[in-house]
Design a protein around this ligand. Sequence first.
Ligand SMILES: Nc1ncnc2c1ncn2[C@@H]1O[C@H](COP(=O)(O)OP(=O)(O)OP(=O)(O)O)[C@@H](O)[C@H]1O
Ligand SMILES: [Mg+2]
Length: 381
Amino acid sequence: MTAIAVDNLVKEFGDKRAVDGVGFTTGESELLVLVGPSGCGKTTTLRMLAGLEPVSSGTIRFGDREVTDVRPRDRSIAMVFQDYAILPHLTVFENIAYGLRSRRTPRAVVKDKVPEAARTFRIDHLLDRKPRQLSGGERQRVALSRSMVRDADLYLYDEPLSNLDAQLRYSAREDILTLHRRKKRPTIYVTHDQSEAMALGDRIAVMNAGRIQQIGTGEELYERPVNRFVAFFIGTPSINLFTMELKNVDGDMVASGCGLDLRLPESIAHRIRAYAGRKIELGVRPEHLHVPRMAPFDVTEDNTIHGVVTVIEPSATGSTVYLSTPEEAGAEPQDFTATFKVRMPASYLDQEVPLGIDLEKVHLFDAETGDSLLHGPQGKG
Ligand SMILES: Nc1ncnc2c1ncn2[C@@H]1O[C@H](COP(=O)(O)OP(=O)(O)OP(=O)(O)O)[C@@H](O)[C@H]1O
Ligand SMILES: [Mg+2]
């Protein structure tokens, strides 16, 4: 059953459209993550859902009830704000209890629930303190605890973990997931961190410039991005993009440019013959570049890229390698990134190496519009 249905939501501040036709639905107990760069309209969207910001147009429904113009206090929402909005003159206990008290919850229940929530977020030793006696991370956990004690129809989180150090962020993520599984309520979680989105979301909505670009599971967004923006935003390090031209060479589709002539496999070629002669951007994820002797496919001149190694970054499980295509007549050198599951020895620095591109896994985008030639919103792929 649909829990939250948002249709064509628009918010204008003067002549600026902060939110430009956002629409989505969530399942009864779904955790939907809204992810996108700073200023793309995430907070504004959440504030409209909470009723804190009047909509310019569009509708919001909770179940079969339209709430577009319903007052915030009549919407049954628990929200954790980006600036966590805790009250400086109240103790931690009273801050957590605030939402319960304003709904006339019996004292005995408050006395039970507040310490329980505080324990979940490991601030139960701080209940008598005032917010100014807390660190930023502790204040954030007060805000999380306050949302947890409430039984709401919809839980909204606006970057609640941004002030926590990496270790705490991981454990707070787990807490939020545990809480979510216990409450089984629709939850919308905003972040600009794609790895956090991947870790938390049942589905992820990628937003840019006031619009949702694509909604899907992390795997869908990674494997079948509908445009260049989504492809670039999802995955670390980001996908490499090469501006090229598509050519039909005796029936084979060849991507040509940046000093490369790549013969695309038939699995891709048969879908893009109509684009012969067009400018495209070829997207290659760093993990789909392979050292020839370790590649899971035959490396030939039809799928090889040469690069001069500029930086080698060791990681716990391998290395991230930064390269630049060699200087050649007619092609500007282009930087690209590769990740390997093995350590690349430092002796490769400044050397030119051949790498095999797993062409079955590349993405192709229209150079002008950025739309994928392979995966479209209408189920093209
Ligand atoms: N009250 C306001 N008046 C005018 N413009 C606003 C107002 N609130 C937000 N905006 C603008 O709307 C756009 C979207 O803002 P919003 O806060 O929703 O972004 P965001 O995606 O949450 O960004 P961040 O990740 O930095 O928090 C921004 O360009 C912002 O400057
Ligand atoms: Mg924001």
